[in-house]
Write a protein that binds this ligand. Structure first.
Ligand SMILES: NC(=O)c1ccc[n+]([C@@H]2O[C@H](COP(=O)([O-])OP(=O)(O)OC[C@H]3O[C@@H](n4cnc5c(N)ncnc54)[C@H](OP(=O)(O)O)[C@@H]3O)[C@@H](O)[C@H]2O)c1
Length: 268
């Protein structure tokens, strides 16, 4: 199926590794002009060279000024406005995995709100006027399964992602009839380099394969494998991201797409 993505212009934030890299790679394979983003320029340039991206834009998205600089750099590399924005940069900025909600400082809640909600809000605010003028835009906000099914720990991260889901629905509703769709993509547990490194370190063997690390983590009850019986891959997310980015997906907006192997026991 031709998704009609060839020649479109995309910025994928946080594409210097992990899920974002997978999404950027598949968009590039579909003929999209892609800009790779991260905070570390060298890492972003390596990925850009590997996947055939048109350029990189670097900067921390935790401030308005830096986000504006990222958007400007991306537009120069793309030779035009951003038509497809994948707000993927994020992850727990505090790494709070053992603290209960009342033990987490308000500073940590604020930090995660910047990294996981406002980073996306900022870029949405920056791209919407050009998308409206062009009467075409695709915005995909990468959230998390824990936005709708939080754990008891790490509430600074999960509550920020919940805010992102909420913002997405508001923005989609406010952009009525202008050709812009805004959706959320919610990964479950996805095997990225960070998780592989964590597993290899935990079991003291740098040569463990992805399958071996996954099996040990599951046997260890670090996490339960979802009904799909495996962890997700960046490619699992990329397939849905490409579909949502397509001009053919104009009737899908304000939706939350779970790509979690059935982890969330919910009706949406
Ligand atoms: N992996 C999972 O299991 C999982 C599950 C649910 C949701 N998610 C979400 O999926 C997204 C990608 O996660 P991942 O696992 O692929 O993580 P990852 O491999 O650590 O990649 C994160 C990317 O985001 C960038 N980044 C992080 N904070 C940033 C900031 N403040 N400003 C600019 N760039 C920033 C990083 O850039 P640098 O090169 O500068 O580090 C990197 O490119 C995140 O939003 C995360 O919350 C992941």
């Amino acid at each position: 199926m031709d998704l009609q993505l060839k020649g479109r212009r995309a910025l994928v934030t946080g594409s210097s590794s992990g899920i974002g890299e997978g999404i950027a790679r598949m968009l590039a394979e579909e003929g999209v002009k892609v800009v790779v983003h991260g905070r570390n320029r060298e890492r972003a340039e390596n990925v850009a060279a590997q996947i055939g991206a048109v350029g990189v834009a670097t900067g921390d998205l935790s401030s308005d000024e830096a986000a504006a600089a990222v958007q400007a750099e991306a537009c120069v590399a793309l030779g035009g406005n951003i038509e497809i924005l994948v707000n993927n940069a994020g992850g727990s900025s505090t790494g709070n995995t053992t603290k209960a909600p009342i033990e987490i400082s308000t500073q940590d809640y604020i930090s995660n709100y910047h990294a996981n909600a406002l980073a996306s809000v900022r870029l949405c605010q920056l791209v919407v006027s050009d998308m409206t003028a062009a009467r075409f835009g695709r915005i995909i906000n990468v959230s998390s399964a824990v936005a709708v099914q939080p754990n008891n720990l790490g509430a600074d991260y999960s509550s920020a992602k919940a805010a992102l889901n909420n913002f997405t629905v508001s923005l989609a509703g406010a952009l009525r009839g202008v050709g812009i769709t805004v959706n959320t993509l919610s990964p479950g547990i996805i095997m990225v380099d960070g998780l592989l490194r964590f597993g290899r370190q935990k079991y003291g063997n740098p040569n463990l394969t992805i399958d071996e690390v996954t099996k040990r983590l599951a046997d260890d009850k670090v996490f339960a494998l979802p009904p799909a019986g495996r962890l997700g891959t960046p490619q699992d997310l990329a397939i849905i991201a490409c579909t949502l980015a397509s001009p053919l997906s104009g009737f899908i907006t304000g939706a939350n797409y779970r790509v979690d192997g059935g982890q969330v026991r919910g009706l949406n």
